[in-house]
Design a protein around this ligand. Structure first.
Ligand code: C5P
Length: 437
């Protein structure tokens, strides 16, 4: 019952994929959500309100007024009631109306009154999806703060193959669960910040300065297996990498997040998550996608060594004997990406040093072919593993450096992106960039 008590407005529009809305409704109800379905006139041509009201346990709303008694359906009340609005399937026409505010049906008036986050799962034929108008509308909706659940690739109702199939109901439910889980998991301080950001995103446009950019992010620890129940790991929580992934996605990027074991969830559907365990798995996943990326931000705390061999059975304990585990070096993912990096690609690495920090960081930039390195120091209270705050110094390959104050990891993520991808802080804000010698 991961969605227990969550109020969800489910908008359904006139696409053949509306048949999937019945399954979606069932899954959401099974997870404990309270559902109010709002369907367009065209939507009712594809699936009947009778089916939907039986599955959701509530009358379906379609018209502004109930026929017969003239009762008025309040889109304003729905906007206040909802914890989340999901439009699935969303047709090209509905996307266009959302962008322009053409409020000629109950669904769009509800959207315009919505105080909660809005998720949209488009469904249409591949040419309609590819059309410059649809793509422009999607870009605009993203910049309005709407979360787009990308359609899948496959056979379409037209029997053509391509991108345009509505995402499968199971995956949509997973995205909503992840969203609520991540919201729940935030500290009170971060919740306040998110509330401000959400208000900002509904009141003003989030700058989409990473639109069409593809970003690879590595995050979290790696686990190196010793035997079936033990591993060598580290204290990395993945919080810094996840904050960077959310910030990039919010600014329009397509993010691939390759993460080691962590309890964290992502909220933005523009983040494609690849879960791995060991450094070798992280290496393979990263090398595979890097050639298609514009940017790589490598925040993972990768184990430098792994056991030479992994036992098939649990190592037995013996009071009288020391045991030795022989270790072998792991692949250096950052160095491997640095080797194949093209001039138009940017790599931002991380360093956690305990001594001689800046010189070691500079050596690392050179060795791994980074454009920038983000240095966190273990000396600073509140910085480093597990905590929600961080204090970083960013050093460029030319030796420019800037040190930031202790901030929440989501604020640090903004500083990292502004500095490394837009030169905003290093070129514009620093009065005296401190050249390292
Ligand atoms: O050499 P060191 O581990 O300090 O380098 C840190 C940087 O290199 C980080 O960006 C980390 O994600 C990356 N790294 C890696 N693969 C390794 C070790 C480190 O990608 N095996």
């Amino acid at each position: 019952m991961s969605l227990k008590g969550k109020h969800i407005v489910l908008g359904i529009t006139g696409s053949i994929a509306a048949y999937k809305s019945a399954i979606l409704t069932r899954l959401l109800i099974k997870k404990g959500a309270e559902l109010q379905i709002v369907i367009t006139a065209a939507g009712k041509e594809f699936i009947t309100p009778v089916t939907l009201s039986a599955l959701s346990g509530r009358p379906v709303i379609s018209e502004f007024f109930a026929t017969g008694d003239g009762t008025w359906h309040s889109h304003v009340d729905l906007g206040l009631w909802a914890d989340l609005m999901l439009i699935a399937p969303a047709t090209a026409s509905t996307l266009g109306k959302m962008v322009s505010g053409i409020a000629d049906n109950m669904l769009i008036t509800t959207y315009l009154s919505m105080k909660a986050p809005v998720f949209v799962a488009p469904a249409m034929d591949l040419d309609m999806f590819k059309h410059v108008t649809t793509q422009r509308n999607i870009i605009q909706l993203k910049s309005d703060g709407v979360m787009i659940i990308d359609p899948g690739v496959g056979e379409l109702a037209s029997h053509l193959e391509g991108k345009g199939r509505m995402e499968e109901p199971e995956n949509i439910v997973k995205i909503l669960e992840d969203y609520f889980k991540a919201e729940q998991g935030k500290t009170n301080r971060e919740q306040d910040q998110t509330a401000t950001e959400h208000n900002q995103s509904t009141n003003s446009l989030i700058e989409q300065d990473l639109l069409k950019k593809k970003v690879l992010i590595t995050a979290g620890p790696t686990y190196e297996k010793i035997d079936p129940v033990r591993f060598i790991g580290n204290y990395s929580s993945g919080k810094m990498g996840f904050a960077i992934a959310e910030e990039c996605a919010k600014r329009g990027a397509e993010v691939i997040l390759v993460t080691g074991p962590t309890a964290l969830s992502t909220t933005n559907p523009n983040i494609k998550r690849i879960d791995v365990e060991s450094a070798k798995e992280m290496h393979n996943a990263s090398i595979n996608v890097f050639p298609q990326m514009d940017i790589a931000i490598l925040s993972a705390a990768v184990a430098d060594y792994r056991p030479n061999q992994q036992e098939d059975t649990k190592i037995k304990h013996n009071d009288n004997e020391d045991i030795t585990i022989k270790l072998t070096p792991n692949p250096d993912i950052a160095a491997a990406l640095g080797k194949i990096k093209k001039d138009n690609q940017i790599i931002v690495g991380f360093a956690l040093e305990t001594n001689n920090e800046e010189n070691n960081a500079l050596k690392k930039i050179e060795k791994k072919n980074f454009n920038f390195i983000v240095l966190n120091s273990l000396k600073d209270a509140g910085a480093g593993f597990g905590v929600d705050t961080n204090k970083v110094t960013i050093i460029s390959k030319d030796g420019d450096k800037i040190t930031f104050n202790l901030k929440s990891k989501s604020e640090v993520a903004k500083d990292i992106i502004n500095t490394t991808l837009f030169n905003k802080t290093i070129k514009a804000d620093i009065k005296n960039p401190n050249k390292l010698g």
